[in-house]
Write a protein that binds this ligand. Structure first.
Ligand code: ADP
Length: 207
């Protein structure tokens, strides 16, 4: 229902893109899930209880893909804040499957939740790690009272996770947390991933 999608700058930045509507699924009376195409760094709701999720690496000091885009848009203060996150072991601030939270700095959102998805070919249990990454992000959002949270397709870039399996885990895990947030979004950067996510959401949520 594209009439139901007036929030977020990504709605506006998608304005010219008639081929990609924002799909809306009710998860519970309180919570909905939205799927859209766009650039996650542009997305916001109210700048107070909203967060974008960063697909970071264990060092948390920036990288390629969505991580690089988020650090560029947030400005150098984000890297400083990440640097201050205590290391759990040498060079590791956020182990795979865990999550950490920082302010959003120059981003339009109040918070960034950093998580580390599995490298598909390296992790012994990539499905467990990917589910943990989504769960720990949603757990942090719940703990911090964040009502609007948006995810990229964690691990679906450089980390090589197959899209369909990733979508199954992403959508089913968000659905587990229904009731604890107002809206969870997926903002997907490419047509192919957007299409897979839509199909999977329709399958799982039986719309
Ligand atoms: P990972 O290392 O977890 O695989 P990547 O950043 O390589 O992380 O990719 C994760 C996903 O984020 C990919 O689908 C990629 O296309 C997407 N992505 C890259 N830049 C952006 C952006 N600005 N907004 C939303 N998604 C993005």
């Amino acid at each position: 229902n594209s009439n139901n999608c007036s929030i977020g700058a990504s709605t506006r930045s998608n304005g010219g893109d008639q081929n990609h509507e924002i799909l809306h699924f009710d998860l519970s009376p309180l919570s909905s899930l939205k799927i859209q195409k766009g650039d996650i760094t542009q997305w916001f709701v109210n700048g107070t209880s909203d967060a974008i999720v960063n697909a970071a690496n264990e060092k948390m000091l920036g990288g390629g893909g969505v991580d690089g885009a988020i650090h560029r848009a947030a400005g150098p203060q984000l890297r400083e804040a990440c640097y201050k996150v205590p290391e759990v072991r040498r060079g590791v601030r956020c182990p795979t499957g865990e999550a950490r939270i920082t302010p959003g700095f120059k981003l339009p959102v109040s918070h960034v939740i950093h998580t580390v998805g599995p490298i598909y070919d390296v992790d012994d249990h990539p499905a467990v790690s990917l589910r943990n990454a989504y769960r720990n992000c949603l757990g942090l959002a719940k703990e911090k009272g964040i009502q609007y949270v948006v995810f990229p397709a964690i691990s679906c870039g450089i980390y090589g996770y197959p899209f369909e399996e990733a979508a199954q885990i992403a959508i089913s895990t968000v659905a587990e947390f229904a009731g604890y947030f107002k809206e969870a979004h997926f903002v997907l950067f490419s047509d192919d991933i957007y299409d897979v996510w839509l199909q999977k959401a329709q399958e799982i949520l039986q719309v």
